[in-house]
Write a protein that binds this ligand. Structure first.
Ligand code: ASP
Ligand code: MG
Length: 446
């Protein structure tokens, strides 16, 4: 229970308490959490518990289970290039099913509830269908419902543009709805419930000694997400950072506290917050490129024009006036990368190119890096002690990424996790379990 975290002393609260008594809370539930009628009744119980302890709550819901995927497949079955407006109209129905069912479940339990589509909740967006941006939140209707004692239930992932057309916010967009609503109504906290119970120092399936973080800064969260670990939609975190909304990422299947995502505290920070692991990048090498002025400009100019998202670039030492140039890019960008290179290979006088898919990217992330020198040296030493060859390196002020052989990937995460003192005392087992198994364990009261 949330109360476990808080000690109320008169009007003051302990440091860890992120919401005052009689707090206003936005509680968002992901697809798995509303995946069946039983789960929806469970969500209703959780909302009722929040109400009963004296807080006010607004729910935001995703579509049930895999509904959004199914709707996309339906659209594709009748039109292989569906117009974005129609697709949004269709996709937005998924969240409208779950919002209504949740309101019905609350009513059945004797609580007043009212569901709102994106339009009814006053979520105004720009007109970019399929990945619209929220431009305004009209909160009046939600606030009136709260004042009248209702539990408002808002459909995630959708809004309305200036033409009055339905828009959607991009996959995973209900997180963004939740943060926007929290900001719009001035909520004390935005709780995001899902089948993941928080943010970990790294993926516990890879490093069983991964630890759940009590809190993480917006910047570290963004850096971890972009380096490959997705717990929250990145747009939601960006929005939260911009408007100072505190997020609590937590489990829909347990009462254990999750991870707070908020402005970093002034308290002493660990050098490294977490390690991201990503096997979706490819390494492309252009062989034997003449080492003359302007070649790199030509190659990378063309690649960026083709919208290839390059992360790391390496130019090997020049031998007999020619050099190898390598870069990494997401798998999805590879066809465009290869096409672009193919078109200019003769013009630049290179021999050819290779694609190496057998690579992994391991990234150390931490705002604390800014003030602690020696992170890179320690990371490289750790890799060398463990006979792991580093093929490429890139850095930002709060991230150090290394490309290595895919076969070394998991081991690299483990040894770095230990070297940077991130290991927990106990070995983690729970994330090996499916959401169903966790739910079953919870019911048994383990
Ligand atoms: N239902 C949408 C999706 O699957 C939005 C969300 O779940 O946040 O992407
Ligand atoms: Mg989802």
């Amino acid at each position: 229970m949330m109360f476990d975290l808080c000690v109320h002393i008169g009007t003051r609260t302990s440091k860890e308490c992120e919401h005052p008594p009689m707090a206003l809370i936005v509680a968002k539930f992901g697809g798995t959490s509303v995946g069946s009628p039983e789960r929806i009744r469970g969500v209703a119980d959780r909302l009722i518990k929040i109400r009963e302890r004296g807080d006010r709550v607004v729910a935001v819901v995703s579509a049930m289970g895999k509904t959004t995927d199914e709707l996309m497949a339906l659209a594709a079955a009748v039109n292989d290039d569906p117009p974005a407006r129609e697709l949004d109209r269709l996709l937005s129905t998924g969240e409208q099913v779950s919002m209504t069912l949740l309101a019905l479940a609350l009513e059945a339990k004797g609580y007043k509830a009212i569901s709102y589509t994106g339009r009814q909740a006053g979520i105004q967006t720009n007109g970019t269908h399929n990945k619209a941006k929220i431009v305004k939140v009209h909160n009046e209707r939600i606030e009136r419902a709260l004042d009248a004692g209702y539990i408002p239930v808002v459909a995630g992932f959708q809004g309305i543009d200036a033409n009055g057309d339905m828009t959607t916010l991009g996959r995973g967009g209900s997180d963004t709805t939740a943060v926007a609503v929290a900001w719009g109504i001035g909520a004390d906290i935005c709780e995001i419930y899902s089948d993941v119970d928080g943010v970990y120092t790294t993926d516990p399936r890879i490093a069983p000694r991964a630890r759940k973080l009590k809190s993480i800064s917006y910047d570290d969260m963004l850096e971890l997400s972009s380096a490959g670990s997705g717990v929250l939609q990145m747009r939601a975190v960006e929005f939260a950072k911009k408007w100072g909304v505190t997020i609590h990422a937590r489990s829909a299947f347990s009462d254990a506290p999750g991870t707070l995502v908020k402005e970093e505290s002034l308290m002493e920070q660990a050098v490294i917050t977490g390690i991201a692991y990503d096997t979706s990048e490819m390494k492309v090498t252009i062989r034997h490129v003449p080492d003359t002025t302007g070649v790199a400009a030509k190659v990378f100019g063309a690649l960026s024009e083709a919208m290839v998202n390059m992360d790391m670039i390496i130019q090997n030492t020049s031998l007999d006036g020619a050099t190898d140039i390598s870069f990494t890019c997401p798998e999805a960008d590879l066809p465009r990368a290869v096409e672009t290179i193919g078109q200019m290979i003769e013009e630049i006088g290179a021999d050819g190119w290779d694609v190496d898919e057998d690579v992994a990217k391991v990234s150390l992330v931490g705002t604390g890096m800014k003030t602690s020198p020696g992170v890179a040296a320690r990371a490289f030493q750790t890799m060398s002690d463990n006979d792991i060859n580093i093929m490429a390196i890139s850095t930002s002020p709060i991230r150090l990424s290394m490309v290595i052989r895919a076969a070394d990937g998991k081991r690299a995460v483990q040894v770095l996790h230990t070297a940077f003192e991130l290991d927990s005392e106990s070995v983690f087992e729970e994330t090996q379990l499916s959401a169903e198994e966790i739910a079953a364990k919870m019911q048994k009261g383990r």
